[in-house]
Design a protein around this ligand. Structure first.
Ligand SMILES: Cc1ncc(C[n+]2csc(CCOP(=O)(O)OP(=O)(O)O)c2C)c(N)n1
Length: 552
């Protein structure tokens, strides 16, 4: 007879889960024991629950099925909260399994008890606290389904410690088949598709805004085919740079934190806006100012698989609850389409604005290393299959603006802007794609949050290159300080350890670079290492602070 935990795990493996990330706890010894009997699951032991959560989140994003993290009750669950929030904002399927106090102690303020419904209710798609051993398999099944349906996101399964190792009923010799049929693809009806095709044909200045739904296998190809067939420029939603060839003449740029006004004005001038697979959230919509609120000035098509999202902020002329990839496929003509003559000039205008914005700037005459130049040198050296795992911080700005991703290159960065994401994300990415090149970019602030997870790269011999931008500051915040409270530095200076020495103590080859002339060689050595490698770059804070060059 299988135990309740074995039954839960076998539902997960049935749905493709082959790896979990955890920090152990006495509240889930039974599940740990069941993992001992589940060789199909690779157990990655982490050093902090935020790290485990970020790894699960990254695995979920790379596989399209839920990434799984296991944590202990109370303190463990609290540490994991950042990843639950990030999975929600990033729209990534994730399952967090939390051990819980025994049933008899529930809601008695027992040692390390938390009511997870209340704690996670606002950020998880579903929180379920099991009370019977027989519920665990069904709960796992629902967790998979809910995390992946509509807008993907996090679910939390709470398992009291006294229901983890009971025998559970079987039907005959097999477990109940908790297995989902594939989703029927949703596609608008033919009449609507016909109308849309006519609108696209007639539009002089159409623009696609594509979002995360195109991340799935084949999505990028469908998006590219749609754009090319109709010669429509494609803008990408916040931090989704890797969905479309950034060097393609039809690439219109991303909608992020630093779009020039002229670009948004040009986008506003479109006469047909196709928002496909994007939630059109805060940053993508430039603070809910593009397109016009509540009714966009142009014909507005919004397609998303979640009815709650379609037309949520902006009233759509065509609000389509459907699979955006299937819609894009259905809208792509088999042969070259008839295109309004003005469209060529429109595409050229949009493309030119993006190219001017994305062009590499000249190095700033500053003391130390201008991180933009590091990103430029990295761009020249990385492989065509590279996965960049980027933490939150101002050091990342040139990645978003200038790097120029070309699929299959991937950008893994937290849309929620969560610091501490980079190092764990790199571990999960390299584990998932052992043959690809993985580079982690992280600031000195973010590294000190979860850099400890780097030890897994040494343990498992993962050839990740970690690049740390050390400007001795929480510079993102310092930049804002300079803007709002000039000259009044408060709480943003950082006193730092010897990072390269830390990396060496972890067992990695490490370099510390202070001069711009050393950057290219250091990157070359790091990328060629074929083993975990670490480069600390002493970067210039002045280069990040416009107008404050002399303060460094
Ligand atoms: C977990 C978390 N805490 C705080 C913040 C606010 N925050 C955003 S960027 C940043 C500073 C990042 O510093 P660092 O990693 O050194 O990179 P830099 O900006 O200096 O390049 C802070 C504190 C955040 N986004 N996430």
């Amino acid at each position: 007879m299988p135990t309740s935990s074995r039954a839960m795990l076998s539902v997960l493996t049935d749905h493709g889960v082959d790896r979990v990330f955890l920090v152990p706890g006495e509240s889930y010894l039974g599940i740990l024991d069941a993992l001992h009997d589940t060789p199909a699951i690779d157990v990655v032991t982490c050093r902090h629950e935020a790290g485990a959560g970020f790894m699960a989140l990254t695995d979920g994003r790379l596989t399209g099925r839920p990434g799984v993290a296991l944590v202990s009750r109370g303190p463990g669950a609290s540490n994991a909260a950042i990843a639950v929030h990030t999975a929600e904002q990033d729209g990534v399927p994730m399952i967090l399994i939390v051990g819980q106090v025994p049933r008899a102690d529930l809601r008695r303020e027992a040692f390390q008890e938390i009511d997870y419904q209340r704690m996670y209710g606002g950020i998880a798609k579903w929180v379920f606290e099991a009370t019977e051993p027989g519920q665990l398999a069904e709960a796992a099944f629902k967790a998979v389904r809910i995390s992946m349906s509509g807008t993907p996101g996090p679910v939390v399964l709470v398992v009291p410690e006294d229901i983890q190792q009971q025998s559970v009923e079987q039907h005959g010799s097999r477990l109940p088949a908790w297995r989902a049929e594939a989703h029927a693809s949703t596609r608008p009806d033919d009449a609507t598709l016909q109308q849309l095709r006519r609108r696209i044909e007639a539009a002089e200045r159409p623009l696609v805004i594509a979002g995360g739904c195109f991340e799935r296998a084949g999505g990028r190809e469908v998006l590219c085919a749609l754009a090319e067939a109709w010669q429509i420029p494609v803008a990408l939603s916040f931090r989704r740079h890797d969905l479309f060839d950034n060097r393609h003449p039809l690439y219109a740029g991303d909608l992020g934190l630093a779009n020039p006004q002229a670009q948004i004005d040009a986008f506003r001038d479109s006469d047909l806006l196709l928002a496909l697979g994007t939630r059109l959230g805060d940053i993508t919509s430039q603070g809910y100012r593009f397109p016009d609120l509540p009714r966009p000035a142009q014909t507005f098509v919004h397609a998303y698989p979640d009815a709650h999202i379609v037309g949520l902020h902006f009233a759509a002329d065509f609000g389509l609850v459907c699979d955006p990839v299937e819609l894009a496929r259905a809208l792509t003509p088999a042969e070259t389409a008839a295109i309004a003559p003005a469209r060529k000039a429109w595409a050229a205008r949009i493309g030119a604005i993006h190219q001017a914005h994305a062009a590499w700037p000249r190095p700033k005459p500053v003391k130390g290393i201008d991180f933009t130049q590091v990103v430029r040198a990295l761009r020249a050296q990385v492989r065509a299959d590279a996965i960049l795992c980027v933490d939150a911080g101002s050091f990342a700005a040139p990645v978003y603006r200038h790097f120029g991703f070309v699929p299959p290159q991937r950008l893994m960065s937290p849309i929620a802007g969560s610091m501490g994401y980079g190092a764990p994300a790199a571990i999960a990415a390299q584990l998932r794609h052992p043959g690809r090149q993985v580079v982690c970019l992280v600031g000195d602030g973010g590294f000190m949050m979860t850099g400890n997870e780097m030890i897994a790269a040494v343990e498992r011999k993962l050839p990740i290159l970690f690049i740390l931008a050390n400007n001795a500051s929480y510079a993102s915040i310092r930049i804002q300080q300079e803007k709002h409270y000039p000259g009044r530095v408060s709480g943003t200076d950082l006193f730092n350890p010897d990072f390269a020495a830390i990396a060496r103590a972890f067992g990695m080859d490490a370099q510390c670079i202070e001069e711009p002339g050393e950057v290219e060689g250091a990157l070359r050595r790091g990328l060629a290492a074929n083993a975990p490698a670490f480069i600390e770059m002493k970067t210039s804070l002045a280069a990040a602070l416009p107008g404050a060059e002399r303060q460094d």
